[in-house]
Design a protein. Sequence first.
Length: 388
Amino acid sequence: MAKIKDSLILKLVLGVILGIIVGLTAGVKVIGLINTFKFILGQVIFFSVPLVILGFIAPAITKMKSNASRMLLTMLGLSYTSSVCAAIMSAVAGFIIIPKLHIVTAVEGLKEIPKLVFRVEIPPVMSVMTSLVLAILLGLAVVWTKSERFEELLDEFGRIVLSIVNKIIIPILPVFIACTFATLAYEGSITKQFPIFIKVIFIVLIGHFIWLTVLYTIGGIVNKCNPFDVLRYYGPSYLTAVGTMSSAATLPVSLECASKSRVLKKEIIKFAVPLGATTHLCGSVLTEVFFVMTVSKVLYGTLPTFGTMMLFVVLLGVFAIGAPGVPGGTVMASLGIIVSVLGFDDTGVALMLTIFALQDSFGTACNVTGDGALTMILNGLYAHKIKE
């Protein structure tokens, strides 16, 4: 019962339902207050974005130093390549499929949302790109100089930021989303557009299975084995990820599943599976790309340009490697580029967070299952060297 009570998905769904009900029934004054409260919560969330980037990316880089080897670089390269290629496939599918969904941006017959009762701005301590470059340079510099004290400081800062996310950002998200859907319902657009997202979630699930098929096919070829010699053991890991929405929480089960396969070396499993849980987020990235394109079409009337999406994909791959394996980690870590590269406002961000959270469990399940394929590839490349 406690797990159901603490479920983020349940809270988000209730937030959406409550927001829509309030938006359809509330008057102008109530919506004005709700819109003001939404603005303040949005300011808190956007203030935390640069901190999240610095707190997640820099410590992730410093942790690589003790395992700086060819196998580490190969695994990181595989994780990044898998995520980026999955994202590119998703973007191409988005340009083909989304226009055929006949999404019409509602511009007629909508109510005007009341102005803010008062305005409290909370500027971030630095811009998104500044925080990203600072995180990368700090992480690399700590590795190069072997600065143990600064590494401990960054690691501590990362834990502090993660506690901010868990204790402040995550708890206010359902309220922020409820306020957003209240304003959308009051405006009158949500009832026309929400069915589109049901179709989009179904399309994304198909995309997950297509990409897993690609990964396991490549893994079987590189490792010279039947892909099902690994994939057939990943059922418990997939189901655990669906229930926990966390790659990190699923890690013990993933290790156990991979260890049952006779075609993988134990040494490589112990190295690749934990690393993949924090760096390989192909399912989440694939989902996010398709969703941001859908939200852009719904709210702003157009899809991002191809060049903009490619820039977003390249940067998203970097953020995915540094994102924590916790529920919503990928989209939280990438909020900065959603805003700076794609130009989303607070309504777009709230809508993105909502539909991403509604399927986050399946994206995580795709991530952890895909780790088995990358472990196969790594096994095919390095198993013979371990024997020697």
